[in-house]
Design a protein around this ligand. Structure first.
Ligand code: OGA
Ligand code: MN
Length: 288
């Protein structure tokens, strides 16, 4: 394995292995590198969805995404992050399924709307973009660490209400539509604002602006201001790695200590096809 750093603060790339056939020793090494570096890029992995699923299952069970229209018709574990339908046609801007997906352009953490959010996600760039469509990842350990100590103490006590349907409310287009899409019903959940990673025991900010409805038992306006301020703080360049995609990159990230967003691209004329598998979480986020 050839390992190189992506950013001084976050991420490594691993070359010289084939994700279709990794031995136990290499797998253990990958797991350790993932926990230490938060994200891993594996370039040049021309693998099928079935191989992608098999690689994901080495880490544990896989989620089925609540949005029915984004599941691959062949494999329900594959979440299609794409502006192209399964017949290869670009999905028009006005279509509900695209409007939902476009919300991934906002900063978020995958499946923060679940009571037990996902441990991590593994994304295969099948057709990637040359202009725009890069993915940004923030190191939420560092973002937390650099806050001043009084703010750290204050926010450690706080809890945030997260709701899947807030993603829809935030969309200018979807919030006005009658047909908002077809999703498994999920109730709002409450998570700590500062969480402790179960493997490293380190605290990190747990933000997911696309599902954060409010801070629990807190003035709504002040709560929103605080969440916005923490989000702005976390997305400063010093905490963020920008991944510029090449076809057949596989990128995996830890949802317990990062958040991400997608840079806009010209979705009406350029095709972007990404397939994701999502690792089921093993416990509710614990307060730091
Ligand atoms: C995701 C997502 C990233 C991307 O797959 O979870 O937010 O680059 N998309 O499309
Ligand atoms: Mn995402």
């Amino acid at each position: 394995m050839k390992i190189s750093k992506l950013h001084k603060n976050i991420g490594v790339s691993i070359e010289g292995i084939d994700l279709k056939s990794i031995n136990d020793k290499d797998f253990e090494r990958i797991q350790n590198l993932w926990i230490e570096n938060l994200i891993i890029v594996f370039p040049n992995q021309n693998i099928s969805d079935e191989d992608h699923i098999a690689f994901g299952k080495k880490f544990g069970e896989l989620e089925i995404h609540p949005s029915l229209s984004h599941r691959s018709s062949k494999n329900s574990e594959i979440y299609r992050v794409s502006n192209v339908d399964e017949e290869g046609k670009i999905i028009p801007d006005k279509q509900t399924s695209w409007q939902y997906l476009k919300q991934s352009w906002l900063w978020h953490t995958d499946s923060s709307f679940r009571n037990i959010p996902s441990n991590g996600s593994i994304l295969h760039g099948i057709i990637t973009t040359k202009k725009g469509g890069n993915t940004l990842f923030a190191n939420m350990y560092s973002a937390y660490n650099d806050l001043d100590s009084s703010l750290k103490e204050e926010i450690k006590q706080l809890k945030v209400v997260h709701d899947h349907d807030y993603i829809i409310n935030l969309s200018k287009e979807l919030s006005k539509k009658k047909d908002k899409g077809n999703y498994d019903k999920l109730s709002p959940v409450v998570h700590p604002l500062v969480r402790k990673h179960p493997l490293t025991n380190k605290p990190s900010l747990f933000l997911s602006p696309h599902t954060m409805v409010k801070i629990k038992d807190y003035d709504e306006v002040e709560g929103r201001k605080l969440l916005d301020k923490l989000t702005e703080h976390s997305i400063q360049e010093k905490y963020v790695y920008k991944h510029v995609w090449s076809d057949d990159d596989i990128l995996m990230w830890d949802n317990r200590c990062t958040m991400h967003s997608v840079e806009p691209f010209n979705n009406n004329s350029v095709k972007r096809i990404m397939h994701r598998v999502t690792l089921v979480g093993d416990q509710e986020p614990k307060r730091a």
